[in-house]
Design a protein around this ligand. Structure first.
Ligand code: PLP
Length: 380
């Protein structure tokens, strides 16, 4: 159960005691032989979560945002064209990061609540006979809207257009909670982080890179130092790190993988689906609507819920926190005040999840149209 206040934010997630204990290790010499023996198997085992045998696992001491930056800077050059759809705050932020790196970003504007538009990607790729687009970027699970996108459909669209671009996928809030098939979907770079499905403290960006991405890396000219795949892979080849590794997180990841494999990845995904479905039934019973436009888009890690006109969703989240110390996610960006989010990922059981909707139900009388006066909780 929760050892502190329940968090139903869509990450960072609850850290099970077993993982907190695993991360509670004293400083060790990261150049000693036993560190080498620890780290290499962790990288190898992580491949199972991405469902890849072909990919290389690369970790950095960073959050998911650092993972985005590593993916882009290691494979692209200034002025390169990338294709991406904006359908929520996280796809928006990845676009922003690409623009700030001097990429030529072609953005497809989509309604928030929709998913990656494979058909529109295909039309654009078909028309671009010169193959100017170097990468297609997709947010698998848009945490701001509770929408999961069909990555296989994007791959099929790229293949149907005979298009050679890289496929980069943000799997920050899906990996280790929802099925992910790096090899089958032909993903070239997938990005995740330690603090969501892996149930760990924040601080490790976890990526997988395909052989094709590693070829692109050889000619990519965007500057990178801390995030350089080449330095990391050269050090990892002998079980080491190019700089001081986040030791506690590496031990945590080793234990997290054990936990995931003990439960069985398919059971982990089935549990997330079951719990998500329970939350969705509660939402339906309240007569409220999800932001996700249709059931095929429903995320099994986070539900974004619209409050009725005339209500302020921040008043609800503040009331739940103030009265019950239960944290929900606020609406982000244009959804602030209109939407709240229930995260249902990571270390959760049926009993734990029941607490969330119960607190939410009890918060239904939160005052109308209030502003909570605590701007730090409001989403940007
Ligand atoms: C889908 C998605 N992408 C990227 C990020 C950014 O990750 P971080 O906050 O770990 O930098 C998040 C964070 O919640 C996310 O949900």
């Amino acid at each position: 159960m929760f050892s502190q206040n329940p968090v139903f934010i869509p990450g960072p997630t609850n850290i099970p005691d077993r993982l907190r204990a695993a991360m509670n290790v004293q400083t060790q010499d990261h150049r000693a032989p036993d560190f080498v023996e620890t780290f290499a198997p962790v990288l190898e085992d992580t491949k199972r979560v991405f469902d890849t045998t072909e990919g290389t696992i690369i970790t950095f001491p960073a959050s998911g945002t650092g993972g985005w930056e590593a993916a882009v800077t290691n494979t692209l050059s200034p002025g390169d064209k990338v294709l991406v759809a904006r359908y929520g705050m996280f796809s928006h932020r990845w676009i922003d990061l690409c623009q700030r790196h001097g990429l030529d970003v072609q953005v497809i504007e989509c309604a928030w609540g929709s998913g990656a538009p494979a058909d529109k990607f295909q039309r654009i790729l078909n028309a671009d006979k010169a193959h100017e687009i170097k990468a297609v970027l997709v947010t698998h699970n848009e945490t701001a809207t509770g929408v999961v996108s069909d990555i296989g459909a994007v791959r099929r669209a790229m293949d149907a257009a005979g298009y050679p671009a890289l496929l980069m996928v943000d799997a920050v809030s899906s990996l280790a909670s929802m099925p992910f098939h790096f090899d089958d979907w032909g993903v070239d770079i997938a990005i995740s982080g330690s603090q969501k499905g892996f149930m760990l403290a924040t601080g490790m960006a976890i990526l997988a890179a395909s052989p094709k991405a590693l070829v692109a890396m050889e000619t990519a000219k965007l500057p990178r130092t801390f995030f350089d795949f080449r330095d990391m892979m050269a050090a990892n080849a002998t079980g080491g790190f190019p700089y001081t590794p986040p030791l506690q997180l590496i031990y945590g990841l080793r234990e997290s993988l054990k936990m995931l494999f003990e439960e069985g990845l398919d059971n982990v995904y089935a549990r997330h689906h079951r719990l998500a479905e329970g939350v969705r039934r509660a939402v339906q019973a309240w007569g409220l609507k999800l932001v996700a436009q249709s059931p095929d888009l429903y995320s099994d890690t986070v539900s974004a819920i619209c409050v009725p006109d005339g209500f302020d969703s921040n008043a609800l989240t503040d009331h739940a926190y103030g009265a019950y110390r239960v944290s929900f996610g606020v609406g982000l960006g244009e959804m602030n005040g209109k939407v709240f989010r229930i995260g249902h990922l990571g270390s959760l059981t049926e009993v734990m999840v029941l607490l969330g909707p119960t607190a939410c139900h009890s918060s239904r009388l939160a005052p109308r149209r209030t502003t909570c006066g605590r701007p730090h909780r409001h989403g940007r």
